[in-house]
Each structure stands twice: as C-alpha cells, then as structure tokens.
Design a binder for this molecule. Structure first.
Ligand SMILES: Nc1nc2c(c(=O)[nH]1)N(C=O)[C@@H](CNc1ccc(C(=O)N[C@@H](CCC(=O)O)C(=O)O)cc1)CN2
Ligand SMILES: Nc1ncnc2c1ncn2[C@@H]1O[C@H](COP(=O)(O)OP(=O)(O)OP(=O)(O)O)[C@@H](O)[C@H]1O
Length: 182
C-alpha cells in the first residue's frame, strides 16, 4: 500500500483504539517501561511531543521527567518542513496549531536541538526495519538527518507491525530503540 492510503487506514484504527481501556492501560505500561529504561536514565535533555488522543499519551512521562530534573523539549514546525525544539516548562506556554498539535511560540522561547534523546511519535512502526510511519509532514525525517542523539519510539499494539504494510522510502530514517506494550 502507498503511504497516503495506509496512513488514512491506520489513522482510523488508532482513533478507534483511543476510545478503549486497553489504550489507557498500554499508555500507563509504556510510561512505566520508558521511565525505567537505560536510555531515559542516561539522558538529561529530552525531546518529546505533547500527544494527541490517537497517540501514546505522553503527559505522565513529561511530568515525571520534570520531577526527576530532566530538561524537556517539544518540537515546533517551521517553514520548508523544518522543525526545532523548544524548552517546555508548563502548559501555559502552549498554543494549538491548526493541525491540532501544541507548540511554544512565546517571545522568551528557548530553542535547543542538541538533545540527548528524542521520543519519536508515529502512526505505525515496522519491527523488522525499525522504520516508522509518521503523520506525513516529513518533519522528523528531515530533523533526524542531522540529529546525532539517541532515538526511541513507544509502541502500543495497534502501532506495531511485524512487516511494514506501507512503502519505505530512501529518506526514511530508522529509529534506534523501541518499547513495546505487552
Ligand atoms: N503530537 C505530535 N506533535 C507533533 C508531531 C506529531 O507527530 N505528533 N509531528 C510529527 O511530525 C510534528 C507535526 N507534524 C505535522 C505533520 C503533518 C502536518 C500536515 O500535514 N499539515 C498540513 C496541514 C494540515 C491542516 O491544515 O489541517 C500541511 O502542512 O499541508 C502538520 C504537522 C511536530 N509535532
Ligand atoms: N529528508 C527529506 N528531504 C526531502 N524531503 C523529504 C525528506 N523526508 C521526507 N520528505 C518528504 O516529505 C513528505 C512526507 O514524508 P513522509 O511521508 O516520510 O512523512 P512522515 O515520516 O510520515 O512524517 P513525519 O516525519 O512528519 O512524522 C514526502 O513528500 C517526502 O518525500
């Protein structure tokens, strides 16, 4: 299947899954596993997204990271499908984009792309190649071209595929680590 077709189908699957208790259980489990991972413990500056309902819920992860004294950064989209990371302190900084994501555009926003670890969002993930399918902006593919830190994705059961059912392209960059929900 081509990416656009598969993305549409997958989006619907995740929307339905987001209404289930199983999704909530897996969010909690992924939160727990991530916070206990060596990759998290070894990182000080961490990039992560403010999740949308159909994505793995990142709210507890973010709160816990801050309690543990880690620096949290979230992405904001720039022209030409570029993306940069801004320091996240609390939700009063956030503005909603037309796409439904939350970004920081306050005048005192601190930009830093030199992060130790990126938690990379996705619609679907192929376990065989560690390739991800994103929302289709190509923002992470472009960012990861130059990124030298570690990358990790958190996967619930609906996002996990043993073989990619979409076509992988030359610009797609594999994610270094992943965490699975049981
Ligand atoms: N929670 C979360 N935040 C995230 C991402 C994500 O996957 N999840 N992103 C992961 O990449 C970036 C945003 N990704 C985007 C991907 C596609 C489009 C997009 O297709 N925009 C259309 C307009 C959409 C509309 O008007 O409704 C466009 O630009 O044509 C926008 C943002 C950064 N923030
Ligand atoms: N490194 C790149 N250089 C130039 N164009 C790119 C690059 N990466 C992706 N693109 C283009 O951006 C568009 C979206 O790419 P793709 O479908 O791979 O997005 P995605 O990985 O699902 O989204 P995202 O990374 O934002 O979550 C495509 O038209 C693709 O050709």
């Amino acid at each position: 299947m081509n990416k656009i077709e598969f993305r549409k189908k997958q989006h619907q699957i995740l929307k339905e899954f987001s209404l289930t208790n199983k999704k909530t259980r897996q969010d909690l489990q992924l939160t727990d596993k991530f916070l206990n991972s060596a990759s998290f413990k070894n990182a000080q500056k961490i990039g992560i997204t403010i999740s949308m309902p159909e994505e793995v819920n990142t709210s507890q992860i973010i709160l816990k990271m801050q309690k543990l004294g880690k620096e949290v950064y979230i992405p904001r989209c720039l022209p030409k499908r570029k993306m940069e990371f801004t320091r996240f302190i609390d939700s009063s900084q956030l503005t909603k984009t037309k796409f439904g994501t939350s970004e920081i555009w306050t005048s005192d926003a601190v930009v830093d792309n030199n992060l130790d670890l990126l938690v990379v969002p996705l619609l679907a993930f192929d376990l065989q190649t560690s390739q991800r399918l994103g929302f289709g902006g190509g923002y992470y593919d472009r960012f990861l071209e130059k990124f030298t830190g570690n990358t990790i994705s958190l996967l619930n059961e609906k996002q996990t595929y043993s073989h990619a059912q979409w076509n992988i392209e030359d610009h797609d960059i594999p994610i270094r680590e992943y965490i699975l929900a049981d």
